[in-house]
Design a protein around this ligand. Structure first.
Ligand SMILES: Nc1ncnc2c1ncn2[C@@H]1O[C@H](COP(=O)(O)OP(=O)(O)OP(=O)(O)O)[C@@H](O)[C@H]1O
Ligand SMILES: O=C(O)c1ccc[n+]([C@@H]2O[C@H](COP(=O)([O-])O)[C@@H](O)[C@H]2O)c1
Length: 215
């Protein structure tokens, strides 16, 4: 994408991916999805944003934000296109995406387009997100396939029409049937999580004794 400046020069627009999540813990499904969207959408980078207080998981026990953040750092360190932001960890209250995207728009300026990466399972819930209409206006969403989930945007389309067709894109990515819930369950049962999370994350989980106990 490009835009003409007042002086008539063509300026290339920057394209940055945002991948928000609870990451309790981060797993290869997150990493595969981020890399696939980065490469197919020509993104300069993908910024992983661990949520301090995920708005839809308020009543669920989650690991401390500091641990989830550290695991995201470990998992992403070998990919030069991946960055991690602690923006939501520093903000009190529920980690609403609208506040995060506004902050990035302010930091990066008008010549950057943001692509918020989600799994297809998130689409049916988006109608309940804080100020979703505004959020659809100010950034693009890219929904990656997730095993067993059809990207169902019917309800959103009925409410927000064109905005949904224009700003929510779906992408066929390699699918990997894993979730953080599966991983926590495996750890509670004492089963292996090797190859489902990067080795550094596996080691961190064992070192800190995370997810061992029934909740
Ligand atoms: N295997 C996967 N394939 C595609 N997208 C995924 C996958 N796992 C998670 N995502 C997406 O990554 C984002 C962050 O997900 P999150 O951190 O909640 O992980 P999760 O595995 O869905 O967690 P949990 O099982 O605890 O609900 C969401 O948009 C989610 O849809
Ligand atoms: O802004 C909201 O109202 C909102 C509601 C639910 C989820 N989100 C964001 O969606 C991303 C994925 O959420 P989750 O719960 O699947 O980890 C994460 O960045 C959340 O902060 C955002």
């Amino acid at each position: 994408m490009s835009a003409e400046t007042k002086e008539g020069k063509i300026q290339k627009r920057h394209r940055v991916g945002l991948l928000g999540g609870t990451f309790d813990p981060i797993h290869v499904g997150h990493l595969m999805m981020a890399e696939a969207v980065r490469s197919e959408y020509g993104l300069e980078k993908v910024i992983f944003i661990p949520a301090a207080v995920p708005p839809h998981k308020l009543n669920r026990h989650i690991a401390p934000a500091e641990d989830r953040y550290r695991m995201v750092l470990l998992a992403t360190q070998s990919n030069p296109y991946f960055e991690v932001s602690d923006i939501e960890l520093k903000r009190p209250g529920p980690s609403y995406s609208i506040d995060t995207v506004h902050a990035f728009l302010e930091e990066y300026g008008e010549d950057t387009d943001f692509f918020f990466i989600i799994g297809a399972d998130v689409i049916p819930d988006m109608g309940t997100w804080n100020r979703i209409e505004k959020l659809l206006e100010i950034c693009e969403f890219v929904a990656a396939q997730r095993p067993g989930c059809k990207p169902d945007s019917e309800e959103l389309r009925a409410r927000f029409g064109e905005l949904v067709a224009k700003h929510i894109h779906t992408l066929e990515t390699p699918e990997f049937e894993v979730s953080s819930t599966d991983i926590r369950e495996r750890l509670r049962k004492g089963h292996s999580i090797r190859y489902i999370v990067p080795p550094e994350v596996e080691e961190y989980i064992y070192q800190k004794g995370l997810y061992r106990d029934e909740l």
